[in-house]
Design a protein around this ligand. Structure first.
Ligand SMILES: Cc1cc2nc3c(=O)[nH]c(=O)nc-3n(C[C@H](O)[C@H](O)[C@H](O)COP(=O)(O)OP(=O)(O)OC[C@H]3O[C@@H](n4cnc5c(N)ncnc54)[C@H](O)[C@@H]3O)c2cc1C
Length: 578
């Protein structure tokens, strides 16, 4: 009898677990996904050929293991994309890709033909040793020229990252740094007051840093905090900043200090080439990231295809509704067909969960201790809503009276207090292939941080689209007559919140740690603000543990605690994230 793993959720963590199990063990994964979409939060939603990426997923990681894993599925571009020349993007092209397929069958005939012809294809059939020694799987490694995005679909694009803050109808660079432009837009007196308020806070720091407001004020001074952090953080979480634990902010701003930024600014003032240094500092805000040709979901659709090809199972429209323990181990799970309501109990040797911890705790039988349930029920989430607007053009009013019909940003943070939209995504700039008619339309996503069941959540789609249009007109970015079409996407539990019973999370952790074959992985699966890379790493480490026969799960829980993860590679200057 083959060993079986049931995996709840076909998002990045669940699919990574399934892929790694197939690659490195004899365990057959059965992935259950309650929706009919692959990719979880990292899916690509397709609206009449115009694609939405929920939240905008940069493929960026400090872990080489993750970067190489991604490039193995979608190799880096070897030629220009459709918009490279016209947008004057500076791309580092790859020349060659070495790809290891899970098994021989994974390579489609299209992929085969892409490597034949003038470039000789090298195929190595490798008997990869599987740790358990119970079965050998043939994987296939090929060496091929890097793909041309104009001719092939399975390709990772390199994109420049440009995002700005929109505040007081001005654009500010993001992450915000102390530059001449920023000082000019904030007003020189205001900038000086920001400096004084910072010095004041350095002299008299707040002693209790449990909550985020104190954490920010101690690092940036009260005035800069009020200008750039307070309102936006409240928009994201929907609660006052003094009720949010500092852990979340700590993940984002550790290692950054206003002192360093001010030192740089003063050095600039006394340098012989002031303007050049200012310019350099502003261009240093432009970094690059990797992005699948058709958005993040493309990565996960291809991973799902390979899993299916190699004997793994992915059951769509199937929700895990029960997890059964015998003698302290998971022995089976109850699966519900979302269309028919029929249930089935399936035996398993290992269980992976990427579902919200709150849900998992409610479906374990026998029931977990009361205290565990109480903590689980107290976990809170923030939900997310995107309004997609298809426009003939933008209509961004500049302060000098000019109008821009397109902007270079991937996304814009909206700090304005007179609208509820938190961020605007510009999908044309993520990938030209995200938009059906990229030359004649602008495809944008207005993002709202909301609560499930709240006024925006229950609002009719038509009214939401109308609200979106009104808000974009209010801040002077579009004109109603340019709107061609629209759609709405609601994402429950997009953010595990560091409020509610989060400080008692260890009660749940201790309970789960005592079940050796149950692995909580991913973002909501661990109630951790994990990006794709960390969500994937937890799944990979869980498989490492299975291969090594390790039952201690501390390595999973330690992912995303290291502070250097949250600063960008090669970051030269001090900047602040909101
Ligand atoms: C606004 C926003 C921006 C982001 N930006 C980035 C970024 O730039 N870069 C980056 O790398 N990451 C980013 N992320 C994070 C990234 O989306 C997550 O890390 C990743 O999707 C988490 O993967 P996961 O598999 O743990 O969970 P999910 O993606 O949530 O997938 C879980 C899946 O499980 C399914 N499920 C739940 N319960 C059950 C059940 N009982 N039975 C069966 N199926 C179930 C769900 O339907 C879902 O498909 C962003 C997230 C958000 C919200």
């Amino acid at each position: 009898m083959p060993r079986i793993a049931i995996i709840a959720g076909a998002g990045p963590a669940g699919l990574t677990a399934a892929y790694e199990l197939l690659k490195r063990t004899d365990i057959i994964p059965i992935v259950c996904e309650e929706t009919d979409v692959i990719g979880g939060i990292a899916q690509t939603f397709n609206f009449k050929g115009n694609r939405i990426d929920i939240g905008g997923h940069r493929f960026f990681s400090k872990s080489d293991r993750i970067m190489n894993w991604w490039f193995n599925i979608l190799p880096r571009q070897g030629k220009a994309a459709a918009d490279t020349v016209e947008k004057k993007h500076d791309i580092e092209y790859a020349t060659e890709a070495i790809i290891e397929y899970l098994c021989k069958k994974c390579m489609t005939s299209g992929q085969r033909s892409a490597v034949s012809g003038q470039h000789e294809m090298q195929i190595t059939d490798r008997r990869s040793q599987i740790a358990s020694q119970e079965r050998n799987r043939e994987s296939t490694i090929i060496r091929r020229p890097s793909p041309d995005p104009e001719k092939e679909d399975l390709v990772m694009l390199q994109r420049p990252r440009i995002s700005r803050i929109f505040f007081k109808r001005f654009f500010f660079p993001y992450p915000i740094g102390i530059t001449l432009l920023v000082a000019k837009r904030l007003g020189f007196i205001n900038t000086a007051l920001i400096g004084f308020s910072y010095i004041w806070r350095q002299m008299f720091p707040l002693k209790d840093e449990t909550f985020l407001d104190a954490f920010y004020r101690n690092r940036f001074g009260d005035r800069l905090y009020r200008t750039f952090f307070e309102k936006y953080t409240e928009k994201v979480w929907g609660v006052p900043v003094n009720q949010i634990r500092a852990d979340w902010g700590a993940q984002r701003v550790k290692g950054l200090s206003l002192k360093r930024a001010l030192t740089h600014a003063v050095q600039d003032l006394f340098s012989s080439d002031f303007k050049k240094h200012q310019k350099e500092r502003e261009t240093s805000l432009i970094t690059r990231f990797w992005y699948p040709k058709f958005g993040p979901g493309q990565m996960w659709e291809e991973v799902a295809r390979q899993i299916r090809c190699c004997g793994g199972e992915i059951r769509m429209g199937t929700r895990v509704v029960g997890v059964h323990l015998k003698e302290g181990q998971v022995t089976s799970a109850t699966l519900e067909n979302m269309t028919t309501g029929a249930t089935e109990q399936v035996g398993c040797d290992v269980f992976f969960s990427t579902m919200p911890l709150k849900h998992l705790m409610g479906m374990i039988a026998p029931y977990p201790p009361r205290r565990v349930i109480e903590v689980a029920e107290g976990l809170q989430y923030r939900d997310f809503l995107t309004i997609g607007l298809l426009l003939e053009k933008l209509h961004v009013q500049r302060k000098d009276g000019g109008v821009e019909t397109a902007v270079p940003d991937n996304w814009i943070y909206i700090q304005e207090g007179d609208v509820r939209v938190g961020r605007v995504q510009l999908f044309n700039n993520w990938s030209p292939y995200m938009v059906a008619d990229r030359k004649n339309t602008q495809w944008i996503g207005m993002e709202y941080f909301v609560n499930e069941g709240g006024d925006l959540w229950v609002m009719d789609d038509k009214d939401l689209i109308d609200l979106g249009i009104k808000e974009m007109e209010t801040i002077g970015m579009i004109k109603r007559e340019d709107v061609l079409d629209g759609c709405v996407l609601r994402i429950p539990k997009a953010y595990p919140s560091y409020t509610g019973s989060y400080p008692q999370l260890k009660v749940i952790r201790e309970f789960l740690d005592a079940i050796p074959n149950l692995f909580p992985v991913g973002r909501n699966g661990m109630h951790r603000y994990n990006n794709q890379d960390h969500s994937m790493l937890t799944a990979m480490l869980a498989v490492d543990n299975i291969v090594a026969g390790r039952t201690d799960k501390s390595n999973l829980w330690n992912v995303n605690l290291e502070e250097e993860y949250h600063e960008e590679k090669n970051e030269r200057y001090t900047k602040f994230r909101i």
